[in-house]
Design a protein around this ligand. Structure first.
Ligand code: NDP
Length: 503
């Protein structure tokens, strides 16, 4: 059935945005549509039949209040806030100074000697010097400028209970930002203004600056929310609220900080770091090894996927439910780009002769990555596009690559009593969290390409396994409350969780 949004009564309403922080001038409206005018490029969209009442599944009042402590409560999150930065420095020291082996106190070393040894390495290679501050903040400001100046599309988030179920408008142009960033980085490198190899050469210092910012900013945001009275779903525990965040939708003008941190920073930095190591290898050896090329491809795929599907991310849990605190901010600014890259660091610190695998092994890992990526991309697209079809906000885009089966033509779904819908076809029919499984396989392939000499490239898959298991558990608990009996019916129709026909 082809129809326009106006005929379905789904034309978005003007929204109120009390959380906007108007510190940046309002965006010029030339060339781009305002959120009020936003519409798909071809003015018509395919809307699958809804429950006929035009209702949306909203967050219930039970979900919208702080219910219980997660992550081990205040003590658990305190440990994480102290432990994550220390762990990141420790892993960096191991990969940089100990060929990727975990360093421990030697027999004739006291614990104090051992810590002093680590501290010496920190001062030697990870001291946050002025140049690193300039690189990190130069990059942040540059990406911010791209956000407000490049063309993009508008879409809307999910209904927010504390805004009377209004949907915030989101401006999405990460894909343009990504390719503009690549072009500018290439020009800066070729002209010698900023050789891209600086990123790998100064990795430790840049990481330290990102860690320090990732630690301080959540506290500032907490106090900002307190002063402006924009706290939301608070637990009452200071440290827990700094960790989980106090504010739900922090914005600077049109820049949605959660989208900015989640889509652009981690994956752009990761990709540029890997490119940096590829260029360094080319300069040193005159070629780029298949393993380093693999990582450039893998990190490009991930950064590109997040960018090209940016408008689909606005309906995800992180955007409409999670607040912006240490968990999202630190992890996206420091954790993701500077721990997921241990595969890159290991290869950057090794001569290509030290990691030469058979052609069959290399081909196997390439296929593993590409196969997993295909399912990852299409599963996320299927659900997000289905959701946006139901909301009447699907925006047809031609961002590369558009893969077969990204959109399900005639999806089957459950009409839920709360007004929502649950997709029961596409990849979901085979496993409800198959996108978690294949995302994990992607992370595993990043480690496999480096071989087995060091455990550090496997830090990401191991950590990610824990993240995804915990995330799946939290999500299922939340959905059980939200969808009640409909969730049971969904589990009956789509019985497998992670692996089709097995688990
Ligand atoms: P999901 O994409 O599974 O989103 C879960 C939500 O989707 C549910 O809360 C529910 O929300 C909705 N939903 C669940 N089942 C259905 C269905 N059958 N039909 C329609 N809607 C449904 O999880 P995430 O947002 O956690 O992850 C998205 C992707 O991001 C994954 O591929 C994951 O691997 C990846 N990811 C990567 C990370 C990384 O660091 N590399 C970190 C986190 C995620 P609703 O309330 O709307 O019904």
């Amino acid at each position: 059935m082809v129809t326009t949004r106006s005929t379905t009564g789904k034309t978005p309403k003007k929204v109120t945005q009390p959380d906007f922080i108007e510190t940046v001038k309002r965006r010029r409206r030339t060339k781009r549509e305002s959120p009020e005018e936003m519409k798909p490029a071809n003015d018509e969209i395919t809307v699958v039949p809804t429950n006929g009442k035009g209702k949306d599944a909203v967050i219930t009042s039970a979900e919208d209040k702080h219910a219980e402590f997660d992550f081990g409560g205040p003590i658990g999150v305190s440990c994480m806030m102290v432990g994550f930065p220390l762990l990141m420095w420790y892993l960096w020291i191991c990969t940089t100074y100990y060929q990727g082996h975990l360093t421990v106190p030697t027999n004739d070393e006291t614990m104090q000697d051992f810590l002093l040894r680590l501290y010496g390495h920190f001062l030697d290679g990870a001291f946050p010097d002025l140049k690193s501050w300039a690189i990190v903040w130069g990059f942040l400001i540059f990406e911010g400028i791209l956000y407000v100046t490049l063309p993009g599309v508008w879409t809307r988030g999910l209904p927010l209970p504390h805004l009377n179920n209004e949907r915030l408008p989101y401006f999405c142009n990460a894909v343009w930002s990504f390719y503009t960033t690549i072009i500018v980085a290439a020009v800066l490198h070729i002209t010698g203004i900023f050789p891209i190899t600086t990123l790998i050469d100064k990795f430790g210092s840049i990481m330290s600056v990102s860690i320090i910012c990732g630690l301080i900013l959540p506290f500032l945001l907490y106090f900002y929310a307190y002063i402006t009275k924009t706290q939301y779903r608070m637990s009452g525990s200071f440290v827990y609220d700094v960790f989980m965040g106090a504010v739900l939708n922090p914005r600077i003008g049109i820049i949605d900080l959660k989208m900015f941190y989640e889509v652009r920073l981690p994956w752009f930095i990761l990709f540029l770091t890997t490119v940096s190591s590829a260029v360094r290898q080319y300069e040193s050896y005159g070629y780029v090894s298949p393993q380093v090329s693999f990582l450039v491809l893998a990190h490009w795929l991930y950064a590109n996927a997040c960018s090209k599907g940016e408008e689909l991310i606005v309906t995800t849990w992180d955007m409409f439910y999670e607040k912006f605190g240490f968990m999202l901010l630190f992890w996206n600014m420091a954790g993701v780009p500077f721990t997921y890259c241990h595969c890159t660091l290991f290869l950057a610190n090794s001569a290509p002769s030290e990691y030469q695998w058979s052609i069959y092994y290399n081909v196997f890992v390439y296929f593993l990555l590409i196969g997993a990526y295909y399912i990852f991309d299409t599963t996320n697209s299927q659900k997000n596009r289905f959701r946006q079809q139901m909301y009447g906000t699907l925006i047809p885009r031609n961002t590369f690559p558009q893969l077969p089966w990204q959109t399900i033509k005639n999806p089957t779904y459950i009409k839920c009593k709360n007004g929502g819908t649950l997709l029961t076809s596409g990849w979901y029919k085979y496993a409800r969290k198959i996108h978690y499984t294949v995302d994990f396989i992607q992370s595993l392939s990043w480690g496999l390409i480096t071989g087995f000499a060091s455990p550090l490239p496997y830090f990401y898959p191991l950590f990610f396994f824990c993240v995804l298991s915990h995330r799946a558990y939290r999500d299922i608990q939340r959905c059980k409350i939200k969808y009640s009996d409909d969730w049971k019916e969904y589990e009956r129709q789509c019985p497998y969780l992670f692996i089709p026909f097995v688990f």
